[in-house]
Design a protein around this ligand. Structure first.
Ligand code: PLP
Length: 338
């Protein structure tokens, strides 16, 4: 419970019991898709997701819509890799039941205007789920000032353990949503005929909890809270701008997306070189990047590419890392294009 208090403090939740421990973002999204879907989504209803989503904030909504006879509405990204708020507003209507969007795209690094999205959705009485997996460790993470209904993230993205994450929901939603899984812990009384459910947060935490990992996530929250958020953000933004400049100087290198506000992600390819080959060779030089679709096939399909090379920056990176990345990429180009 001390870990729960730390995490609740980190995201500035109004009540500690609004923080539910899950296995991660994926389970948190599924929790909302199942419980909200069962309670509030009827045939003909609509759910809006963006084209910038990680599969884990896309497939659960698609599957829920199929189960409930609802329609999934896709908010596309533009040539800069950004979402269009006017288009978003035009998708909202009396059939819209929920909006799910990430704060930062894990493939392009686009910082989405989630505050505006929430404001527009709330004007139609539509709740919003923010996937904060790629933002909670980099950007502002205040659920109250954001006024988000649901907020989900993973421990391993905030320098904590794997296999633990958070589902935050406003108390008013947690009171009305049915339990996701049932069994021990989430009950109050059980008879052969009837069960009454435990209070929050336990109503959503069936079974023996993952205590060690929750404590680890609490420690990660403490660790991150030692930094001044504005300073941290400024440091990471400068680093990203430096990395973008270094990469842009490399001939035949394409950087994907040109959003006005980007966070932490450097997505690129070099023409004529497979992203996978680039990744393996950079790895052999001690430079860790990820290659492929990054669990975002709809983005790759829209860009008509099979994948990208992606360098992800964090607070422990510095300018020397980026110089090493740029010279590593130049070296790979020499090796493969000779
Ligand atoms: N959403 C985003 C934006 C992510 O970057 C990730 C992880 O890569 C996820 C969701 C899924 O997180 P997890 O696999 O921890 O459930």
């Amino acid at each position: 419970e001390a870990a729960r208090r730390k995490v609740a403090g980190y995201i500035n939740a109004e009540y500690n019991h609004e923080v539910i421990f899950t296995r991660g973002t994926t389970e948190s999204v599924n929790l909302v898709a199942y419980t909200f879907g069962e309670k509030f989504v009827r045939p003909g209803d609509e759910v809006i997701v963006s084209q910038l989503e990680h599969h884990s904030n896309f497939v659960p909504w698609q599957q829920m819509c199929l189960r409930r006879g609802a329609t999934l509405r896709l908010l596309p990204f533009d040539e800069h890799g950004e979402l269009d708020l006017l288009l978003f507003d035009s998708l909202l209507n009396e059939k819209t039941r929920l909006v799910a969007v990430n704060h930062v795209s894990n493939s392009l690094g686009t910082v989405n205007p989630v505050g505006e999205i929430i404001r527009l959705a709330h004007a139609h009485d539509v709740p919003v789920l923010v996937d904060a997996a790629q933002s909670v460790q980099h950007l502002e993470h205040d659920v109250r000032s954001l006024d988000t209904d649901f907020y989900v993230f993973s421990g391993h993205k905030m320098y904590g353990p794997m296999g633990i994450g958070v589902f935050y929901g406003k108390e008013k939603w947690l009171e009305v949503l049915p339990p996701f899984m049932s069994g021990g812990e989430m009950i109050d009384t059980v008879t052969p005929e009837k069960v009454t459910f435990n209070v929050l947060p336990f109503k959503f935490e069936a079974g023996t909890p993952n205590v060690a990992e929750a404590i680890g996530l609490g420690a990660a929250s403490d660790y991150l809270q030692q930094f001044d958020q504005a300073e941290l953000q400024k440091y990471e933004e400068d680093l990203l701008a430096y990395g973008l400049t270094l990469l842009a100087e490399i001939p035949d290198l394409v950087i994907y997306g040109s959003p006005k506000h980007r966070s932490s992600i450097l997505p690129f390819n070099v023409s004529g070189i497979q992203h996978y080959d680039m990744g393996v060779l950079l790895d052999s030089m001690g430079i860790a990047v990820r290659t492929g679709q990054h669990c975002t096939q709809p983005i790759m399909d829209a860009l008509r590419i099979s994948g990208t090379v992606r360098a992800s920056l964090a607070l422990y990176n510095d300018r020397a890392d980026l110089e090493k990345l740029a010279s590593g990429v130049r070296r790979v180009i020499k090796m493969l294009k000779r």
